[in-house]
Ligand binder design. Structure first.
Ligand code: C2E
Ligand code: MG
Ligand code: MG
Length: 450
């Protein structure tokens, strides 16, 4: 049913400038016969903008479902008209905490302690609270059973900024059952679980929630993979992010980095990785390098050079011991901005490596226009050395090209002695791969770091 109103995702984006679209879409949702309360609970972020957009707030005011928003402390910042009707009184912006009704009672009729209000729990534990039945007591003493659906709201960096609550009147049990089932994501005809697109979206949201917790709780750890000169001397390590998920086991960075990029968490994740890697390397007795992968999205804000400078300052790591690995995507999307950021980073003394070279656009113009110090030959070429003639030709050409431009060349994904021999013969500067050392906890390489 949700597909009936195509493009609803726009609600989650471009807010609040897309306010006009939002009303149209809300109307479409209602017309498509979609349960509005389920819709709101699934996309609270879209509605959260109401707190800052008076015009949209007036639209929300027409909704038949009670919706209110608080700041991170639980102080009321917005409520719609249905909320006032539900509560039987005019809620007080800035004064009401966690709830808008006169008093909250448990299902059994006993008063709830304020810190047990569902919104208080949602904000304290930074998680949505679902399936709790409570009673609202109105000033006139009447009571109404209802289900609150509080959902914490986060900004792009993963910081808790407030809470969104939707109150579902369940006094008309029969009437409410379908809506509750949908909100609880149980199987209900036309409910959220019946919609594969929404099930996928829910999974993504769950993953993002866990990822946000993992970043905040320091559960994203780093492993280190050594890089060697051809004479066998270790030069440094590449830091690779690892996430041990509470139920799904270890999740590959190839999965969670794109999720973090899509979910607005990459800045927080990138800062955590950078800080951890620099701190770790600063503790090594030998002045070895550490390479950190940087997402193209980290270049979208202008903060990257300032962050790097602050982290170097804070950890005391020599700038020339830090290498940032970027991909061609950085240079393709906004070349001028990338150039400005990379120049600032080079001016700090930080090294810049172009990762996965050969897989993307591989435009030669990047190589001399941008201030690169290192080129990393993608492991797909190394893997086919000895298998296809082209791989040898391309690898040889990349090494020569790098050297002609005064850029150091690293081959990644070296798995066999034959590959290593070829790279040594061709004059590749550094090698990295399972043959020489897998990514492991830093402690496993203590004999190399000193
Ligand atoms: P990458 O930067 O190209 O990292 C090299 C990947 O190749 C790593 O995969 C590494 O474990 C793997 N590898 C190393 N040696 C060998 C080998 O001999 N054979 C094979 N088959 N694989 C080898 P990993 O750790 O799964 O990381 C995948 C990608 O995720 C990385 O590719 C990088 O693009 C990204 N990534 C990892 N950590 C971070 C991070 O902290 N931030 C960002 N933005 N991206 C990261
Ligand atoms: Mg890399
Ligand atoms: Mg790579």
């Amino acid at each position: 049913m949700f597909q009936a109103a195509a493009g609803l995702e726009a609600l989650d984006q471009g807010f609040p400038s897309a306010a006009g679209t939002v009303t149209t879409r809300l109307a479409a949702v209602a017309e498509a016969g979609v349960d509005l309360s389920a819709f709101l609970a699934a996309r609270p972020q879209a509605i959260a903008g109401a707190a800052t957009d008076a015009w949209l707030a007036s639209v929300l005011d027409q909704l038949p479902v009670a919706v209110y928003i608080t700041d991170a402390q639980g102080r009321l910042t917005y409520f719609n008209r249905a909320t006032a009707q539900f509560a039987g009184r005019e809620p007080r912006i800035g004064d009401d905490f966690w709830c808008v009704t006169h008093r909250l009672l448990g299902k059994d009729g006993k008063p709830l302690a304020p810190d047990q209000y569902p919104m208080a729990i949602a904000l304290r534990e930074a998680r949505p609270v679902r399936g709790v039945e409570v009673q609202a007591e109105r000033p006139d003493g009447s009571r109404v059973p209802f289900m609150p659906f509080p959902t914490p709201l986060f900004d792009g960096t993963g910081r808790l900024v407030g809470g969104f609550n939707l109150l579902l009147d369940i006094s008309e049990r029969k009437h409410a059952e379908r809506a509750i089932a949908a909100l609880l994501r149980q199987d209900a005809p036309g409910g959220l679980a019946a919609d594969p697109q929404l099930a996928e979206q829910r999974e993504r949201q769950d993953m993002l929630r866990h990822l946000r917790e993992a970043i905040a709780g320091g559960a994203i750890r780093l492993q280190y993979q050594p890089q060697f000169r051809t004479d066998g001397e270790v030069v440094g390590f590449e830091a690779l992010a690892r996430w041990r998920h509470p139920t799904r086991g270890v999740i590959s960075p190839s999965q969670f980095i794109p999720a973090a990029e899509e979910g607005g968490l990459i800045a927080a994740l990138g800062a955590h990785v950078l800080r951890s890697a620099c701190r770790e390397a600063a503790g090594w007795a030998r002045p070895l390098r550490v390479s950190v992968n940087i997402s193209p999205l980290e270049f979208e804000s202008d903060d990257l050079p300032a962050l790097v400078e602050a982290v170097l300052d804070e950890t005391g790591l020599d700038p020339d011991r830090l290498e940032l690995e970027i991909t061609e995507g950085v240079m393709v999307t906004d070349a001028a901005r990338a150039m400005a950021a990379l120049s600032k980073l080079r001016a700090l003394g930080v090294r810049i490596a172009l990762d996965d070279f050969g897989t993307g656009y591989s435009s030669l113009s990047y190589l001399h226009r941008f201030p690169l110090t290192t080129l990393k030959i993608d492991r797909s070429f190394v893997a086919t050395l000895g298998v296809t003639l082209e791989a040898a030709a391309i690898t040889r050409a990349i090494i020569q090209l790098g050297h002609a431009l005064g850029i150091e060349v690293v081959a990644e994904g070296v798995e066999t002695p034959e590959q290593l021999d070829f790279l040594i013969c061709e004059g590749c500067d550094l090698t990295q791969g399972y043959l020489l050392g897998r990514p492991l906890d830093a402690s496993a390489y203590a004999h190399l770091t000193g």
